[in-house]
Design a protein around this ligand. Structure first.
Ligand code: SF4
Length: 700
């Protein structure tokens, strides 16, 4: 493409956490074109189907919100207003609620797709000046169990590995993930490594036979929810086989004896029966892991989105710790981030229980440091509302106003009809969005049009702690503004000091200063360095990235040792019964992203799979009299879904699968998987149980 050469700018794909580099060109009509960036260290020029078509989502302006809109009461239609009118009224309403009901009567619900600078200013606004911790993002639905897993074992939310470890590993344990579809470019590297080194062992653990199984040496098709039992059984076998690292356990870890006792509570035969596996399969997995020189565990939503998500994470990371497979080339636990900048958000403290630079809200010194730096109000020690708790609080009336940006909760939250009732009850809803499609807009009192990818500048951090700069390449349409600018204009309307940044870089520099002397120190980093270096990995010390953590075996815990936890294997999810005999699990498809507000615009991507569907095993389908493409009615205690059946032995009997992407279409919400998913939460990470609930299935 000729104009790619002359006007090309380097940026980053804004879909998944792999964070592939892109080269973006622009013609004289401001139409973008795009290709993979060979200079990008994470992706080396490769892009998947979603990334290759990213520019179409910017070029197609047909669904874009162009002006602020507002209504004075719920019975009036929305009308076009100026930015000043929209923000003045929003500030007046927020002030009224804060004065009358206290700062916890308002909340912000943001996204793992926000840029780091955007997260930073929202977090500063609500925690530092409004005086509430009611800021959560859809990363709560995605990675919060992994965050807790890392903190409890390594002392901090720190991914130890880098992508270059892939080519140095000889055993991968991929669990609760389908990277062939959901993290494709990372998986291409695993596939290429396996092709060059056929002795590399790949174990895939998944109740479904996904495309990731194609290159697996062993597929452990376990019963949903039995991950802790399986991981503990493997731990026991590693101990019995003498395949543990006694030096690492003695010198760099604590908690081994209690762990050992806990994994010996079940025999291999008992564990295999619970998991629905053969003992020989678990033995083979333990053999591969025990023989590995470099062992990487990879996981994502199948472990995180669970009522026992924290326990699943701990039981997995334990396998790296007892084998000493961490802090060395080709080894370590490696959470695959779902969203492009969930990592950046966590770095600036963008969840209801975090503070910037991985500081802890429950630490008075940390609160004081941040408070002094911002010069605002005393930071509240009580964690704020998490994503689903915000909906509960709207329903019980304690939360009055919610500001939703860059996310589409009516499609993505579990038990969506409860969220629908909550937003109907809300006294005041602000929706900051790029598209006129999301269901949430129907509840808005104020709509604020936002700039999208390539229409604003800022930074993101991918799954390997790699920070990249994303330039503004074209103007946003109409009056749409960058998200950070909208938040800062609002903060100024509230008369809060410290939000008069001249540009996004000033926000970034302020963020870097708060990282000084922390484990994620990036002081000194700026946009010029990022443009020159293409990307850096945190911590960034004396002008050098650190690509792998814990090579010195010093961990971020108080004892400086990694902590091996005994893990209870009880499953607390909603279990099947005679009324709801099937287990429902949910997930993604290859060519759609989240709630389809961007990928749904691209014809090429819609060709792969056009509509929502139900996967059901042939034996279950036969018993229910369901044939391929029959419309199936799937019910849970919370609602129902009606979609065509796809009969496949890739799911186990007794298990059905729905994709998570579809929401309300043409007034019908019956495609929406989240009508029926469970909003039960992991008690520590507060991540919902999207991957397990009891449903019935019948032919419609
Ligand atoms: Fe974008 Fe992820 Fe695909 Fe890379 S793998 S091109 S980051 S969607």
């Amino acid at each position: 493409n000729p104009h790619l050469k002359s006007t090309a700018q380097l940026s980053t794909c804004s879909y998944c956490g792999v964070g592939c580099g892109v080269v973006v060109g622009k013609d004289k009509n401001n139409i973008l074109s795009l290709k993979g960036d060979e200079s990008h260290p994470s992706s080396k020029g490769m892009l998947c189907s979603k990334g290759m078509n990213l520019h179409y989502t910017v070029n197609d302006k047909s669904d874009r919100l162009l002006h602020p809109q507002m209504r004075y009461n719920k019975n009036m239609p929305l009308q076009k207003v100026s930015w000043d009118e929209a923000l003045n009224r929003t500030a007046a309403v927020f002030k009224t609620f804060i004065d009358k009901y206290g700062p916890n009567s308002v909340a912000f619900y943001a996204s793992g797709q926000c840029l780091t600078e955007e997260y930073y200013v929202i977090n500063k606004l609500i925690k530092g000046f409004i005086g509430s911790n009611n800021i959560d993002t859809n990363s709560r639905l995605c990675m919060s169990s992994a965050v807790v897993g890392y903190k409890m074992t390594l002392g901090e939310d720190s991914v130890p590995v880098c992508y270059d470890d892939i080519e140095l590993a000889d055993c991968f344990y991929v669990t609760g993930a389908n990277p062939a579809w959901c993290h494709p470019i990372l998986w291409r590297r695993v596939e290429a490594h396996k092709a060059k080194n056929p002795n590399t062992k790949i174990i895939v653990v998944d109740p479904r036979a996904t495309d990731s199984v194609a290159i697996a040496d062993l597929h452990l098709q376990l019963n949903p929810g039995t991950d802790v039992v399986l991981n503990n059984a493997i731990g026991r076998l590693l101990i019995e086989n003498g395949a543990i690292d006694t030096d690492f356990i003695a010198n760099y870890a604590q908690g081994y004896e209690a762990y050992k006792e806990s994994v010996f509570l079940k025999t291999l035969v008992e564990a295999a029966a619970i998991c629905g596996l053969e003992p020989s399969e678990i033995r083979l997995a333990a053999k591969y892991i025990g023989e590995a020189k470099g062992f990487i565990t990879m996981w994502t939503m199948g472990l995180n989105q669970s009522a026992v998500g924290t326990n699943k994470n701990l039981s997995l990371i334990n396998l790296n710790l007892i084998t000493g497979q961490i802090g060395k080339p080709g080894a370590g636990p490696f959470s695959l981030t779902g969203q492009p900048n969930a990592m950046g958000g966590r770095e600036v403290g963008g969840l209801s229980n975090l503070l910037p630079a991985h500081r802890n809200l429950n630490n008075p010194l940390h609160r004081k440091e941040v408070q002094d730096f911002w010069g605002g109000k005393e930071i509240n020690e009580k964690p704020g509302l998490t994503a689903t708790e915000m909906m509960d609080a709207l329903n019980d009336g304690s939360l009055k106003a919610i500001w939703i940006l860059c996310t589409n909760p009516l499609t993505s939250l579990p038990n969506a009809r409860l969220a629908d009732a909550a937003l109907k009850k809300a006294k005041f809803v602000v929706v900051q969005e790029i598209s006129n499609k999301p269901e949430t807009l129907a509840y808005a009192d104020v709509i604020l049009p936002a700039a999208g990818w390539a229409e604003k500048e800022g930074t993101m951090t991918n799954s390997e702690r790699r920070i990249t700069y994303l330039p503004k390449i074209v103007d946003a349409p109409g009056e749409a503004l960058p998200d950070a600018e909208i938040i800062c204009r609002f903060a100024q309307k509230m008369n809060y000091p410290g939000f008069d940044y001249k540009n996004a870089e000033e926000i970034f520099i302020e963020h870097t200063k708060l990282t000084a002397n922390t484990n994620i120190d990036i002081t000194g980093l700026n946009y010029s360095i990022l443009k020159k270096e293409r990307s850096v990995q945190w911590p960034y010390k004396k002008g050098k990235s650190v690509n792998r953590l814990f090579e010195d075996k010093i961990f971020y815990t108080p004892s400086k040792k990694a902590i091996i936890h005994p893990v209870d294997d009880t499953l607390t999810s909603e279990l099947p019964n005679s009324d709801f005999p099937f287990i429902l699990t949910t997930g993604r498809i290859r060519d759609q992203w989240h709630t389809r507000s961007k990928t749904g615009k691209v014809n090429k991507l819609n060709q792969h799979i056009k509509d929502a569907f139900l996967e059901i095993h042939p034996l279950d389908a036969a018993l229910l009299g369901i044939n391929e493409n029959d419309v199936a009615l799937i019910k849970s205690r919370r609602g129902e879904v009606m979609v065509k059946a796809k009969i496949t032995s890739s799911v186990k009997t007794g298990v059905v699968f729905l994709p998570m992407h579809w929401g309300k279409i043409l007034g019908s919400d019956l495609n929406r998987a989240n009508n029926i998913t469970s909003d039960q939460l992991d008690p520590i990470s507060k991540e919902p149980d999207f991957k397990y609930c009891a449903v019935s299935v019948e032919i419609y």
